[in-house]
Unconditional design. Structure first.
Lengths: 197, 197
C-alpha cells in the first residue's frame, strides 16, 4: 500500500513493511527506505549501532474514542520534518543522515535535500557529530555516502539544479553491495570520516 | 486542545504549542513536555546543543486527496514508540533520554518508563552515549536528571512498584530552577556524567 505526500512523493506504508521485513534476499527490489530500515534493524540486532528512523511527523486535528477500542485519529495532516529522517549512535559517535534516491542516471537533483535539513546537518557537524547523506542512483543501484559539508560545497559551486554523480563518487565513498545488511553503509562512514585513522 | 491516548495519558497538541512557544515566562504552569520543548528550542537557538523530540508515531491506514488541497489522513492510530522521545548531540556526545512527570510526592512509579525504552537506553549507554531520564515531581516542581543505569539499579533493588525520590536525589542531579531555558538540564547532565572532569 502506498500513497502520495502533498509534494507528490510516494508514501510507503513504512510501519508494517519495516516491521515485517526479513533481512536478506526478500529485500531485492525494495525502496531505499525499506533497504535502510532493514539494514539499521540488522545493525541493532547484532549490536553494531543504534540507529532509528524518526516517525513521519503528523499534525493531529481530531481523534475519536470508540467504546472499548483504541483511539482513532480521524483527521490529520502530514507535516514537513524539521530534521533528517535518521540518527543514532555508532562507536560513541552521534550519526545523523538523510537518505535519498534518484532515477536520474548521471546527476543528483539538489531539490531532493531541503534547506532546513542541510541546516540541521550543518548544526550536527558543528557540534561534533557525523552528518552525511546516503544517495542512491536507482538505475545503476549505486549507493554513496557523502559528508553533508561536501554536499554543501558541491551545491555552492554549481550553477545547475543538480550535482554530478562523478563528483559524488570523488568526494564520497561507494557503499559496497552486500546481502546482509542490504546497505552496509557503516564501513563507508568509517572511511569517509577516517574513524580508524 | 488536548485528548487522550488509549492508555489514558493526555495528548497535548504538541506541534502547534511547541512551535508557538515563546521561551520564558509564558511557560509557567505548562507540562514537562512543553517546558522541555521550549528548553531544547532555546538550546538550539543559542547553538548550545542540537536536541529534538521525535514525532509521535502514528500508523496511517487511509488518506484522502481532496482536489487542490493537501492530503488528509482520515484513519490512523497511535503506535507505541520503540525508543525514547528525545535525542541529540551536545559537545560531541550523543544524548538520549526520556522525560516523565509524576503527581506522587515521595516516589516515582516504575511503570512510567517502559521496558523497551530502558532497553533502548541501555543500548545507547553500551555504545558510548549519554542515556538518562528527566524526572519531574509535579507538586514540588522538582526536576532530576538520573542516569539510565542508576534507574535500572534502583528498579532492580526494590520490591515496590516505585522508586523513592530520596534515592533519585542521591544518585541523580537536581536541575536548578531557571527562567530561560525553563528546564536547564544540560549543566546537570555535565555534572552527572562528569563531562568536565
Amino acid at each position: 500500500m502506498a500513497f502520495r505526500y502533498p509534494n507528490g512523493k510516494l508514501y510507503e506504508k513504512k510501519v508494517t513493511t519495516s516491521k515485517k521485513t526479513d533481512d536478506g534476499n526478500a529485500n531485492r527490489g525494495m525502496t531505499l527506505e525499506d533497504d535502510l530500515n532493514a539494514s539499521i534493524h540488522h545493525y541493532l540486532q547484532i549490536g553494531k549501532a543504534v540507529i532509528h528512523k524518526k516517525p513521519t511527523p503528523v499534525q493531529i486535528v481530531s481523534v475519536d474514542y470508540p467504546k472499548r477500542t483504541r483511539a482513532k485519529i480521524t483527521e490529520a495532516y502530514f507535516r514537513q520534518a524539521s530534521t533528517t529522517d535518521y540518527n543514532g549512535i555508532y562507536k560513541g559517535y552521534h550519526l545523523d543522515f538523510e537518505a535519498k534516491e534518484t532515477h536520474q542516471k548521471q546527476s543528483f537533483p539538489l531539490k531532493n535535500i531541503h534547506d532546513h535539513q542541510m541546516e540541521h546537518l550543518n548544526a550536527v557537524t558543528a557540534h561534533g557529530g557525523l552528518a552525511f547523506l546516503i544517495l542512491r542512483f536507482a538505475h545503476s543501484k549505486e549507493t554513496y555516502v557523502l559528508k553533508a559539508e561536501d554536499f554543501m560545497k558541491l551545491k555552492t559551486e554549481t550553477d545547475r539544479k543538480s550535482i554530478k554523480k562523478d563528483d559524488i563518487a570523488t568526494l564520497g565513498i561507494f557503499v559496497n553491495p552486500s546481502i546482509l545488511p542490504t546497505i552496509d553503509f557503516l564501513p563507508a562512514v568509517e572511511q569517509l570520516f577516517r574513524l580508524n585513522v
